[in-house]
Design a protein around this ligand. Sequence first.
Ligand code: B1M
Length: 548
Amino acid sequence: MSQPERRCTYDPLVELMRRFESVRQQETAADPLEGLPIEDRLRRHIVDGLKKNLERDLEEALESYGPLEIVNDILLDGMKTVGELFGSGQMQLPFVLQSAEVMKAAVRYLEPRMEKAAERSKGSIVLATVAGDVHDIGKNLVDIILSNNGFRVVNIGIKQPIESILKAAEEHKVDAIGMSGLLVKSTLVMRENLLEMNERGLHRYPVILGGAALTRAYVEEDLRSLYKGNVYYAQDAFEGLRIMESLAKGGPAAPAKSGPGRAVRSHRLPDSEPDLYRFDGVRSDVQPVEPPVPPFLGSKRRDKFDIFEIYRYINPIALFRGQWQFRRRPDQSNPEFDQWLAENVQPIFERLQRELAPVFQPRVVWGYFRCRSQGNDLVVANPEGGEVRFRFPRQRDGRRLCLADFFREDADDYVAFQAVTVGPEVSRYERALFEAGDYQRYLLVHGMGVETAEALAEYWHQQVRREWGIDDQEPESLKLLFSAKYRGARFSFGYPACPNLEDQKGLFELLRPERIGIELTEEWMLSPEQSTTALIAHHPQAKYFNVR
Ligand code: B1M
């Protein structure tokens, strides 16, 4: 099915939202809460994520309680139980979000009846993804969890410079500042932001930091020693909530219970580690091979795909456990959990595949280029004129690997590049779901977007191996494909072997992904968000490695 050619006489997203809403309204079986006292009924609405009869039950509660009492004493109590169930591994994130949806709907219903002056929040925070970083979902999950647990959240969005963060903090008179960011560079931006706050004498704000590239040690040792105020690390949204709860009680934030933080392995950038990029004459043990001749030189594009063929390349573990965060309950064995996933989550996956088919717009640009390595560099000839030079770090010890070693230095070799996208619509749809308070679906759709982009990259890499004639080591199952059990490897700029995001510029010169609607932002990020690029090496010894 070809997305771009399909003529649309309606907005598919609006239509999808409408259809989804009507599916929900039909989910009306018998009332499971009948007969319970009103307080218990309301708590159960929250804990079980039940919207049916919510307004009826809120009306009944309003006969005995004020709206603020209902929120603070009954509904928030339900959210507390949700948090405890999540913390003990008995409730999954998608269901937490369903509870948050009901909480939001209840508050929205009660709000007009509250006195204007009523300050119902337990505390307040400005949330932002820091300058240069486009990642939204982590911060938005934090927003959902905090705002539906009684905190006032001023979410000012992505790519926010410190000026805007501080302006919002002052304007909205908040109690704390939360900064989010997934890029390695964002950890440095956060450091600069804290120094700036010192400088401006604004260290009265406690700051909470979160995001994949941070480590607990970096925040709690390095950053804590330089910020004059209090700074905390939150590994996930619930740790953010715990910190806010303790700050609201006036005390220092609770010491972290969880592990050491999710560190992204170190990325060695030229500015921070010039030595790793300087060639000292010693290459690794990788032996040169006769390069396979590519089917063409230069680049091509493709924008007609069967989306269902691409879905086959979605790694269900990455989607179910990574993106959707379904976790094995403590009382479940591994086989029981797998069966639970097959019965409960696989149907969601299949339904979303159908529903999102019109939203995805898969497109690919790829090409083959003559190249040679020179020390730590890979020099690629651009058939349209000139050459593009990439410089990679070399392991300091051990095998002393460097990405350049997978290419010959004594003779011509070939390298392939690809850029893939599933288009901008899925991000637009996600945003609409978040804004509408459809939190569970927001997470599910986001996960589908992410993993469909990954799947397209995996699928296209396989096509490249086939047309390049290096498909002699293809695995029998897709599962092995996800463990990269094939000839060669796909390296994405920004990952440890080629950490320099600026190298996207060279790739753009060679492939011109603008042709399929992918733009490179000033911060070397890709737009649409669900896009990814890669350098493909054919060398049988080419595998991922880290540079220490
Ligand atoms: Co890519 N990616 N990616 N990626 N990706 C990262 C971010 C990366 C860290 C992976 C790595 O190196 N191991 C790396 C960046 C490293 C760097 O800076 N150099 C990276 C890269 C390099 C790239 C590309 C550049 C690769 C390429 O194509 N060359 C490319 C760029 C895309 C673009 O520019 N648009 C790219 C592409 C992609 C996909 C499209 C395939 C996909 C989707 C990306 C997206 O959604 N925009 C993807 C994914 C999935 C990831 C990882 C694996 C997962 C991100 C995620 O979805 N996390 C990521 C590595 C990782 O995170 N381990 C990676 C789930 C999300 C809910 O978590 O945002 O961390 P998170 O939020 C959590 C907590 O951190 C915490 O609570 C949240 C909820 O529990 N938290 C806070 C966050 N903020 C908080 C604030 C608080 C409190 C708690 O304050 C109160």
